[in-house]
Structure formats: structure tokens, C-alpha cells
Design a protein around this ligand. Structure first.
Ligand SMILES: Nc1ncnc2c1ncn2[C@@H]1O[C@H](COP(=O)(O)OP(=O)(O)OP(=O)(O)O)[C@@H](O)[C@H]1O
Ligand SMILES: [Mg+2]
Length: 284
């Protein structure tokens, strides 16, 4: 499934240029380009006396295949940076390049297309539709993309199986544990096979065992499916799953370090209950 997903993604990447000014070849071939580049990115909220500089000039390069943990004190700008990278918000100044393309120069529609095609989100609060089954929650991004009902059904079931939730398709969020709800949210984020998964405190609402399971799942998506991951966390234990740890302080990047020994994972780490429900299906 790994190579299938990767080749699917490569095909998608080449087939759907986000901006007419960017050629398909440029997106597909220029491996030297970082996937994400921020240069001098600022973000001001409010104006006049109420103005607050949430980001004061952030420079960072993220290459395809990286797994980056973002740490730092509350209010240091982590979510603001994630929202800009995820095209949920726009910078006040500076440059944001995605595969060499100037995102800050895109129209709102072009940014929305980039977001739908290349980016997946996972939030601390899961953000699932309450009275809607796991299957339908995961199908939602495919509905926006205009997929046929048969394709939506097939791809969502595959994504749920890949997070260890085969057999749970018809459960609503209230019928699922916190860890299972976050798995559904991850399935929803990856069902479109994004290049980048942006996770803002994905384990913030979970106990330590469930947190480790989610981190193992994210690590597997990174290592086996090649999805680039940027994850905000306040928990040093969770950051150690990442290959690189950056720290924000007061709207600026403070430190940027390689983690030489990310926490090791194995396919056997799929939790027993979901593995059984999935008939042994894993991400691999
Ligand atoms: N929509 C907004 N309007 C005004 N100010 C905002 C807005 N969003 C964030 N801020 C402010 O910008 C600063 C950075 O906020 P941000 O949410 O990026 O911090 P954070 O590092 O994610 O913090 P936490 O760890 O608590 O989630 C904070 O001072 C915050 O109050
Ligand atoms: Mg935040």
C-alpha cells in the first residue's frame, strides 16, 4: 500500500498544478526545493494600540519526508505558523513558498485548492462532525473534491483501515474513545493523500497510552507512506518521535535541532483492540 499511495500522490501532484504560473514539471521534478519555505514571515493581529505581533520574522525550510515537532511556550506563535503553512491564514509580511510557489501571492481560491490537494489537518479537539459516522466524516474531504460515491466509500474505508479502524466505520464520535476519534480525524486528513500532515497538539486531549499510539501512527505515516509531518506539541516525550525539533519563543524560531534517535516504532505497535477489529490491518 505504501508504494501505491506514494505513486498515487506523485500522479496527483503532477496532474494538478495549483497555480497557472507554476508548471507541472517544476512541481514534480525540482527535488532540491524545500517543500515548505518561510522567509521573514510575520503575522500581526489587530491594529493600533491593540496590535500584537504573533510572528516576528520566521525563517524555516521543511523538506519532503521530514517529521518536525514544533515546541515552545503558550502564545509563542506555533499555531499561527501552522495556520499560515496550512493556508488557513495569511501572513502579514514575508514569503511562504510551497514547492517553490509563492503562496502569499495566490488568490483565496488558489490557496483553497492548494490546501485541499496537498495539506491535511489534525487538531487537538478532533473536530469531527458529531452525529455523523466515522465513514462519513472521512468521506467529507472527498465530497468537497467531487469524488463519486463509490470512490468516496472505497477510499474512506481504506483510510480507516490504515489507521486500524476497519470495522468501526458506522460508529459516531460519541461511540468512539478519544484515541479512536483522533484516528478517525487522521484518516480524514490522509484520505486525500496529502503531501503534508499538519497536526496541532494531536495528543493534547489524550492520556499517555493513547498519545503513544497516535504518535506511533503518525511515525508510521511518515516512515512508510512518506507523508511530511509538522506537529505542534507541549510534551517532550511526544516530540521525541520526530526527526527534528524546532522551538518557537516569542514569535521567532529559537532553536532547530535534529533528533538523532527518534522513538522506534514497529508494526506490532498497532493497539490490540483496533488491530483485531481491523482483521490485523495496519498502515503497512
Ligand atoms: N485570531 C487572533 N486574534 C488575535 N490574537 C491572536 C489570534 N490568534 C492568536 N493570537 C495571539 O497570537 C499569539 C500567538 O498565538 P498562537 O495561538 O500562535 O500561540 P501558540 O504558540 O499556538 O500557543 P499555545 O501553545 O497556547 O497553543 C498569542 O499572543 C495569541 O493571543
Ligand atoms: Mg497553539
Amino acid at each position: 500500500m505504501s508504494s501505491e499511495m506514494n505513486s498515487d500522490r506523485a500522479a496527483t501532484t503532477m496532474a494538478v498544478p495549483v497555480s497557472a504560473s507554476v508548471t507541472e514539471d517544476k512541481i514534480a521534478d525540482d527535488d532540491a526545493l524545500p517543500l515548505i519555505r518561510l522567509r521573514g514571515v510575520t503575522k500581526q493581529y489587530g491594529s493600533g494600540q491593540a496590535a500584537l505581533m504573533a510572528l516576528k520574522g520566521v525563517d524555516i525550510d521543511i523538506h519532503a519526508g521530514e517529521f518536525v515537532a514544533i515546541m515552545g511556550p503558550s502564545g509563542s506563535g506555533k499555531s499561527t505558523a501552522m495556520n499560515i503553512i496550512g493556508c488557513l491564514d495569511t501572513p502579514s509580511g514575508g514569503e511562504y513558498l510551497f514547492q517553490g510557489m509563492h503562496v502569499e501571492a495566490l488568490t483565496r481560491d488558489q490557496r483553497a485548492r492548494l490546501r485541499r490537494r496537498y495539506l491535511g489537518f489534525v487538531f487537538q479537539g478532533f473536530n469531527l462532525l458529531a452525529r455523523t459516522s466515522a465513514q462519513e466524516n472521512v468521506e467529507l474531504p472527498l465530497l468537497y473534491r467531487g469524488e463519486s460515491p463509490a470512490n468516496r466509500h472505497r477510499l474512506a474505508a481504506k483510510a480507516l483501515a490504515s489507521v486500524g479502524l476497519a470495522g468501526w466505520e458506522h460508529h459516531t464520535p460519541a461511540e468512539l474513545s478519544g484515541g479512536q476519534q483522533q484516528r478517525v480525524a487522521i484518516a480524514r486528513a490522509i484520505v486525500t493523500e496529502p503531501a503534508v500532515l499538519l497536526a496541532d497538539e494531536p495528543t493534547g486531549n489524550l492520556d499517555s497510552q493513547r498519545s503513544r499510539e497516535i504518535m506511533e501512527l503518525l511515525s508510521r505515516l511518515n516512515q512508510e507512506h512518506g507523508i511530511t509531518i509538522m506537529m505542534v506539541t507541549h510534551e517532550p516525550d511526544m516530540a521525541l518521535y520526530a526527526k527534528r525539533i524546532v522551538r518557537f519563543v516569542d514569535g521567532l524560531l529559537d532553536t532547530d535541532t535534529i533528533n538523532p534517535h527518534p522513538v522506534a516504532i514497529s508494526p506490532a505497535d498497532i493497539p490490540a483492540d483496533t488491530a483485531a477489529a481491523a482483521g490485523g490491518a495496519t498502515c503497512s
